[in-house]
Design a binder for this molecule. Structure first.
Ligand SMILES: C[S@@+](CC[C@H](N)C(=O)[O-])C[C@H]1O[C@@H](n2cnc3c(N)ncnc32)[C@H](O)[C@@H]1O
Length: 216
């Protein structure tokens, strides 16, 4: 059963047109800077064992997994077929608009680690997605939701567009716990920019992650 956390107003967005239109053209760009991506890849290296069946939900042409680690499997999901087809980490993928349909075409307890990078902020029905993720995750499997402080503002529901970084961490955790996930671990860190900016003490994109583990 899905436990609702957000109000209707919190789900509304400036741009309510079909997300498929917004993502119709591939974007072969990095959405997060080098510093964020390095921190994310390090986290994956520490947390995801090679024997894991991995799902990169809300993916693109990059998955940020360590290049030298081979996993049992990596499945991708997103909204743009061309981006997903160009992602070298994915063994298979599918396209699905999660704001239209939240049921995932995956078996119960079939995934060890689900990754969502800079994606949760576009979910209008995160409760139903979180419930589905609990269903498909194996006992002791994990969910890693990572994000920074950027977004396509018009496409983010009001709960995200109007929230602070702290609000974002809190709402992801609250939605997960409401669906039966145990209280997640929170990571909130500054990063050091790469190159000259970093040498001069400049920061990169801030790094936030909510990490939940299904009980064994
Ligand atoms: C900023 S991109 C991040 C892509 C990728 N995770 C990365 O790290 O580069 C946001 C992604 O969220 C996904 N997304 C956004 N709205 C979506 C929706 N309604 N249904 C499914 N996926 C969506 C798309 O896959 C899109 O590429």
């Amino acid at each position: 059963m899905v436990v609702q956390v957000l109000s209707d107003a919190q789900r509304r967005r400036w741009d309510s047109s079909d997300d498929a239109l917004f993502y119709a053209q591939p974007r072969f760009v990095q959405h997060l800077d080098d510093a964020f991506r390095q921190r994310l890849t390090q986290l994956y290296r520490e947390r995801i064992p090679p024997e894991a069946e991995v799902l990169d939900l809300m993916s693109s042409w990059v998955s940020h997994l360590p290049e030298d680690v081979t996993y049992a499997g990596v499945i991708g999901h997103g909204l743009n077929e061309e981006e997903l087809a160009a992602n070298p980490r994915l063994q298979r993928h599918w396209v699905q608009n999660l704001n239209r349909e939240q049921r995932l075409p995956l078996d119960d307890a079939s995934i060890d680690a689900t990754l969502i990078v800079a994606g949760w902020q576009y979910l209008q029905y995160p409760e139903a997605v979180a419930a589905e993720l609990l269903r498909i995750t194996r006992p002791k499997g994990q969910l890693i939701v990572a994000f920074s402080n950027r977004m396509f503002f018009t496409k983010a529901p009001q709960v995200w567009a109007d929230g602070s970084d702290r609000d974002h961490l809190e709402i992801v955790a609250r939605v997960l716990v409401a669906q039966g996930w145990p209280p997640p671990q929170i990571v909130a860190e500054a990063t050091r920019a790469s190159g000259w900016k970093g040498l001069l003490g400049g920061n990169g994109d801030p790094f936030f992650a909510v990490i939940a583990r299904r009980p064994g």
